[in-house]
Design a binder for this molecule. Sequence first.
Ligand SMILES: Cc1cc2nc3c(=O)[nH]c(=O)nc-3n(C[C@H](O)[C@H](O)[C@H](O)COP(=O)(O)OP(=O)(O)OC[C@H]3O[C@@H](n4cnc5c(N)ncnc54)[C@H](O)[C@@H]3O)c2cc1C
Length: 389
Amino acid sequence: MQTWVIVGGGIQGVTVAIHLLEKNIATLEEITIIDPHDQPLSKWKQMTSRIDMPFLRSSFVHHVSSSPFSLDQFGKKYGEQQKLFLGRYHRPKLTLFNDHCDELIHTHKLENSWYKGTVNGLSKYFNSWQVTLESGETIRTKHIVLALGLSQQPSIPDQLISSKNKGGSIHHIFEEELNLDRLHPPMTIVGGGITAAHTAISLSNKYPGHVTLLKRHPFRVHSFDSDPGWLGPKNMHRFLKLTDYQQRRKSIFDARHRGSITRELYLKLRKREKTGELTIQTADISAVSIDEDKTITMMDEERDLIHKTRNVICCTGFHSSMPGGTWLQHVIQQYSLPCAQCGYPIVSKSLMWDDCLYVAGPLAELEVGPVARNISGAQKAAAKITANH
Ligand SMILES: Cc1cc2nc3c(=O)[nH]c(=O)nc-3n(C[C@H](O)[C@H](O)[C@H](O)COP(=O)(O)OP(=O)(O)OC[C@H]3O[C@@H](n4cnc5c(N)ncnc54)[C@H](O)[C@@H]3O)c2cc1C
């Protein structure tokens, strides 16, 4: 029997595993990470490389180790020759961040605890949990951590779905099978947030003058996707005092700067607009049609033309419905696991949902707060889960 099974080997799951190892709570042999990909952090690396993101949005203290300055110290090995951190928050370069993750994964030999597969069931077995995989295999464990991300749930606006189904070249930037190199301009990026901004910069580099960024609101400029006060007691003290989980959900919703970008990206986009490399349009798409020659036409509420294009790339985030789908709903029903009205878990301070069943990432949102989905949220989740061991 395993001691710890972690379902999901993204930023959240890997951070929990590394904290368990660094704090000597478990040995490598006692940990299994189950994930359908070949390697840890596959989704993270795929998504960030697809949009050509050069620097992270978060600061240098947010990473997968339990040691606060681990990334900073790792950066010193590179010497002075490269610009490794950006701006007043010392946001790390993506390559540095990934190299740091890889070094920790390698040092801790996490590949030895990697189990490729997809979990589709969970049941109690005496004093332990039994995890079932799609392959039919089962693994027993004392502790289980659900670190399922939202990246499996890309969201395309309803107005665009029917034209996509009719064969229009309409894609979500994080669709597994999307190959941007196979698309020929003109290209239209739909979205106004940081993913849209990176994608617009990257594609307008490749195809200057043939890329449009279409967003439905003026740019929202914020350094982070929620106020830094949510990282500590300043805002979290009040949040954790809320006993009504609907209010906690509302606080999370209000706190998030959805669809926002950093000032540095804002300036880059405006510069590209000035030089004519990128067109920026603000309009709310209400209807979309597709011609026989596959031209996609977008219209507003009055059926006035907004824009015509050949390719649409939606940078419109993920469905916020709870990850896990039907198998997790089944577990919730079978063991009467407590959930708030929004469907998300109500968990203890140590993120325990039931005996030795823990959550991290979006599933831990109602206890970790608005930063739960981020790297800082992964650090908080890992710290809380490991605190009493
Ligand atoms: C482009 C981009 C840039 C970002 N930049 C930053 C940033 O700079 N700073 C920051 O703090 N945050 C950032 N984020 C937000 C967040 O930190 C990342 O999205 C992060 O990758 C989320 O990690 P995760 O582990 O929750 O999810 P994922 O990366 O989705 O990993 C979850 C894993 O669980 C697996 N899984 C799901 N269901 C099952 C199952 N049933 N069985 C087995 N495995 C399963 C999935 O296949 C996946 O591999 C960014 C997000 C994006 C999209």
